[in-house]
Design a protein around this ligand. Structure first.
Ligand SMILES: NC(=O)c1ccc[n+]([C@@H]2O[C@H](COP(=O)([O-])OP(=O)(O)OC[C@H]3O[C@@H](n4cnc5c(N)ncnc54)[C@H](OP(=O)(O)O)[C@@H]3O)[C@@H](O)[C@H]2O)c1
Length: 327
């Protein structure tokens, strides 16, 4: 398949390297600026750069678009691509509002197009391994995840600038940027919570860090933390009656984990290859497309919709209002 891209941030380079590893082609780069687009295109020997998005969407050689624009633009960009009959890989967090998410799913369904959230967590082989390990330590009563990264853009914020990720206009903040991975992780393992609460450190209306609680009926409590202006060790702990699991990696990667069972040696488990974090979800999507499996695609989209509902509920709880909420 030939891909076109929207957004020239560093994640697009990571994505395109993985796209090539999946033996797929790069058809065109879109950027608002010719020089920025050309710089990215040159890295991959991509022949075409567009500065007009409609022109790229009218290019019949392009089958699918990777959307990695700022969060608040995900909806408009993805909608424009779907209406031009292109398949879409839309970066996390999928959309700002539930209504936006539902509309995209509807358009993709009507046009029989593949629309897919670019989220690593759900497709990592180690997630399956954790599912198996959980059976050994269940019942589970406590889960704690911390995904924190001191953002390079925080220094820019402190200097008085307004990086997109730290604005409500662009649907920024730690919940949308980092905690969304913890949410995918916990819900992939334990389903959707009955109740949630979100407490955050807020500046300029944006959560720079926060603690999200997922409360389940059956004696299970999960605490999901994320912070963009502190240094920290990202990690995950899953506590069961018959043992526990510790992963000293972020939920976006889950590069390996340790299984602790009473009176047994600690077992380190890893089913992943280094550097393939993004490759796994791209391969999964390519399989769906190869098998024309729209049912599975819609099933995955329902999961994305549930995550967007939880993101919105968490924001409401912490009084975080985006420009997108008022549109
Ligand atoms: N999966 C992952 O591991 C991962 C990692 C990082 C980010 N992400 C996601 O990828 C997306 C992009 O993140 P980012 O940090 O690269 O964001 P960003 O720097 O704010 O913007 C990304 C790109 O969008 C374009 N853009 C910026 N502001 C714009 C505006 N006002 N109007 C139109 N286009 C604009 C720019 O490309 P041009 O100037 O070339 O048009 C820019 O390079 C986010 O949704 C983020 O959550 C995912």
């Amino acid at each position: 398949m030939k891909i076109g891209t929207i957004g020239t941030g560093s994640i697009t380079t990571v994505f395109l390297k993985n796209w090539l590893k999946c033996q797929q082609e790069i058809g065109a780069i879109y950027s608002r600026h010719q020089d920025t687009g050309k710089a990215l295109a040159d890295k991959f020997n991509c022949p075409k750069v567009y500065t007009d998005l409609n022109e790229m969407l009218q290019d019949d050689e392009i089958d699918i678009i990777y959307v990695a624009s700022p969060n608040s633009l995900h909806f408009a960009h993805a909608k424009q691509c779907l209406l031009a009959n292109k398949h879409v890989i839309l970066e996390k967090p999928f959309t700002s509002t539930v209504e936006e998410c539902a509309e995209l799913i509807d358009i993709a369904d009507q046009r029989k197009l593949f629309l897919f959230e670019g989220i690593t967590t759900c497709y990592l082989p180690n997630l399956q391994k954790i599912k198996e390990a959980i059976r050994k330590i269940a019942p589970i009563h406590m889960v704690t995840c911390n995904m924190s990264q001191y953002s390079s853009k925080y220094n820019s914020y402190l200097s008085g600038n307004k990086p997109n990720v730290f604005t409500t206009a662009f649907s920024g903040g730690a919940l949308m940027d980092l905690n969304v991975y913890n949410m995918h992780f916990v819900t992939s393992l334990f389903g959707y919570p009955k109740k949630i609460s979100y407490t955050a450190n807020i500046m300029d209306g944006v959560d720079f860090g926060g603690s999200l609680q997922f409360i389940y009926d059956d004696q299970l409590l999960a605490t999901l933390n994320a912070c963009k202006n502190t240094h920290a060790q990202s990690n995950i702990q899953i506590q069961g009656e018959k043992g526990y699991i510790i992963c000293n990696h972020a939920a976006s990667m889950v590069s390996s984990f340790d299984l602790y069972l009473p009176n047994e040696e600690v077992k380190t488990i890893n089913a992943q290859e280094p550097g393939l974090t993004h490759h796994y979800y791209i391969s999964y999507l390519l399989e769906l497309i190869a098998h024309n499996d729209h049912d599975k695609c819609q099933e995955r989209l329902q999961h994305s919709l549930e995550i967007v509902k939880l993101l919105v509920a968490a924001r409401r709880d912490a009084n975080i209002v985006f420009a997108a909420d008022q549109q």
